[in-house]
Design a protein around this ligand. Structure first.
Ligand code: 5RP
Length: 226
């Protein structure tokens, strides 16, 4: 199976956890897209009924709407029965790095409102130590420049996320600084020091939101639970 097929497989297994009548949080990213497509198909052929969903990004909302998935504001349907979303890095304790798709803030808000949050991913997302890649930090536009300087001084090598030659603007109107977690530092400690700064809205470190993960590999699907 190629990477795309593994994402579909993880999404398919996650769909097996959805029951008619549930309220769902829909994630963002290429793996979540597959889940939303399968959900749309299940609603169309009436395998699933009476599902109410909320989205973690405008892009997911657009896709879900185009597929006829019933959408609601988060506050209308929270607490959610289940959230399903991808991740960039997953460690053995089910801690995550998320947000390389830029939706970390709404993702964390929605996933903290869910009784269960299932992460769907292919095995390339499993890491021994979080911070193999960058850690996204969502910051206000006003604070962006000074925080970039400060994080550089602290050794986090921030890079402002760009899109089409301009700063990437999140769905909440903020900017993203992608930082490096120094190899000799624990991510929780780095995140705590980053969060001390006014202007930091949220980080892509999800320390305890995920309750389960469905990991697809060429050898099959395995589940992780907290
Ligand atoms: C978006 C995210 C995504 O869930 C994460 O980037 C994984 O994406 P993909 O499924 O495309 O690998 O956190 O903000």
């Amino acid at each position: 199976m190629d990477a795309h097929e593994l994402k579909i497989e993880a999404a398919r297994v996650a769909l097996g956890e959805v029951r008619s009548g549930m309220t769902l949080g829909l994630g963002t990213g290429t793996t979540s897209v597959e889940f939303v497509k399968l959900l749309g198909a299940a609603l169309r052929d009436r395998t699933l009924r009476d599902i109410r969903c909320t989205c973690t990004s405008n892009s997911t909302e657009e896709l879900a709407r185009s597929l006829g998935v019933p959408l609601f504001e988060l506050a209308e349907i929270a607490p959610l029965d289940l959230a399903v979303d991808g991740a960039d890095e997953i460690d053995a304790r089910l801690r995550l790095i998320k947000g390389r798709g830029g939706a970390l803030l709404r993702e964390k808000i929605v996933e903290q409102q869910a009784k269960r949050f299932i992460v769907i991913a292919d095995e390339t997302k499993i890491v021994e130590k979080l911070g193999a890649g960058t850690l996204p930090i969502e910051v206000t536009p006003f604070a962006r420049e000074v925080l970039e300087r400060r994080f550089t001084e602290l050794g986090f090598a921030p890079v402002m996320r760009m899109r089409d030659g301009a700063p990437r603007v999140t769905d909440e109107g903020n900017r993203i600084l992608d930082v490096r977690v120094p190899g000799d530092r624990d991510i929780a400690e780095v995140v705590a020091s980053i969060r001390e700064h006014a202007g930091v809205v949220e980080t892509g470190f999800f320390s305890n939101e995920a309750t389960e993960a469905i990991i697809a590999s060429a050898n099959g699907v395995r589940r992780m639970t907290r």
